[in-house]
Design a protein around this ligand. Structure first.
Ligand code: UDP
Length: 363
């Protein structure tokens, strides 16, 4: 099969690392980077470190409003699809790149394969919810990370094309968690090396809901500053200026702001952290895989499967609430494995092989 894969943002590069490795064993893949994330430490570092094939196209689309970005991607992807004439288009997750690619392909009657389908937060206040829903509804095959996600698709009438394959991020996580951490490459915002202390908390925070103004981010940082060990916080470019200014103005000396780190460092920071505070969907799953307790700062769960035994608790962007959740003890049941076995990419390939040979992909 000839497959065009479209990626554009950090979590998609991480998923594509596992996806492309498996796909290219038996298919021809054309990789398109929309350009949504473009800084070296938000994009190129993942391609280098994770052996992701060099994109065949880079559309250079970033910035602007959601509509402007999606519209420019839609036009660029349509041109690529018309030129490449693939048998299918593959997309990951829920970004504007995902939606633009799915729409462009569906209108050209090219089958869409959506990996990480079926996740629902239940609110359109979350900007990615629209991308998730629309992409699922114009896809031909839906690959879900969990059984819960598949059930959500069944309830939306999409059960006949939905498969639970496990979380493809778990494939990538296992690949890197099992390596030695001998060359951490973590630098502060001025580019000076950061020595990772023996005991530390790992934090990320970049969602629009927590960073659109000073108040929520200040509350989160206030909580982190009062902890009993330093906090390593790689800052997303989106809210770097705000985080730096708040920490400086309030004298939050317990928080070490760093530039975004590569995936190997993020996995190892996760595995060795005392606890994790984040608003990232991906990082809360990685905390779960690593058995490190997590507090997820948002009003609604993203991966409800992780919210058992205090392993991942929701907190409001409120200092007292975050500290209270961090003080709880977690209980781990090792037999509970909702994200599969780390072979999601292989399972996707098996289903593709079967559905392509039986003509189901063109149905
Ligand atoms: N991550 C990373 N470097 C960082 C921060 C996060 O490699 O400096 C990884 C993290 O381990 C997780 C993914 O990026 O796998 C999460 O991406 P992001 O927070 O951008 O997206 P979301 O999870 O919210 O979709």
């Amino acid at each position: 099969m000839r497959i065009v894969t479209v990626v554009g943002a950090r979590p998609q590069f991480i998923k594509a690392a596992a996806g492309s490795r498996a796909l290219r064993r038996e298919h021809e893949e054309v990789l398109v980077h929309t350009g949504q994330h473009f800084d070296d430490n938000m994009s190129a570092i993942f391609f280098r470190e994770m052996d992701i094939p060099r994109p065949d196209y880079n559309l250079g689309v970033s910035g602007g409003t959601h509509a402007q970005m999606t519209a420019r991607m839609l036009t660029g992807i349509e041109e690529v699809l018309q030129k490449e004439q693939p048998d299918a288009l593959l997309v990951y997750g829920d970004t504007n790149s995902t939606l633009a690619a799915a729409l462009a392909a569906a209108k050209l009657r090219i089958p869409v394969l959506h990996v990480e389908a079926g996740n629902r937060l239940g609110t359109l206040d979350n900007p990615e919810e629209i991308n998730r829903k629309l992409t699922d509804h114009c896809s031909t095959l839906l690959f879900c990370a969990t059984e819960d996600a598949r059930q959500k698709l069944v309830r939306e009438g999409l059960g006949d094309r939905a498969y639970c394959v496990g979380n493809i991020m778990y494939d990538s996580f296992l690949h890197f968690a099992n390596r030695p951490w001998d060359h951490p490459n973590i630098v502060d915002l001025d580019g000076a090396p950061v020595a990772v202390p023996e005991t530390y908390y790992y934090m990320t925070c970049h969602r629009q809901e927590n960073t659109f103004s000073d108040e929520p981010l200040s509350q989160i940082l206030l909580a982190m500053n009062s902890l009993d060990a330093p906090v390593i916080y790689p800052v997303h470019p989106r809210n770097r200026e705000r985080a730096q200014r708040i920490c400086r103005q309030k004298g939050f000396g317990n928080i070490v702001l760093t530039q975004p780190v590569g995936y190997a460092d993020s996995v190892q920071l996760t595995c060795h952290a005392k606890k994790i505070v984040t608003d990232s969907g991906g990082l809360q799953c990685e905390a779960f895989y690593a058995g490190v307790q997590c507090v997820f700062v948002l009003d609604y769960p993203v991966w409800p499967e992780t919210m058992v035994g205090n392993r991942n608790q929701l907190a409001r962007a409120d200092c007292a609430d975050i500290l209270q959740k961090l003080s709880a003890q977690q209980v781990i049941d090792p037999s509970y494995q909702p994200f599969g076995d780390g072979h999601a990419a292989e399972r996707i390939c098996e289903i593709l092989r079967r559905d392509f040979s039986t003509g189901r992909l063109n149905a």
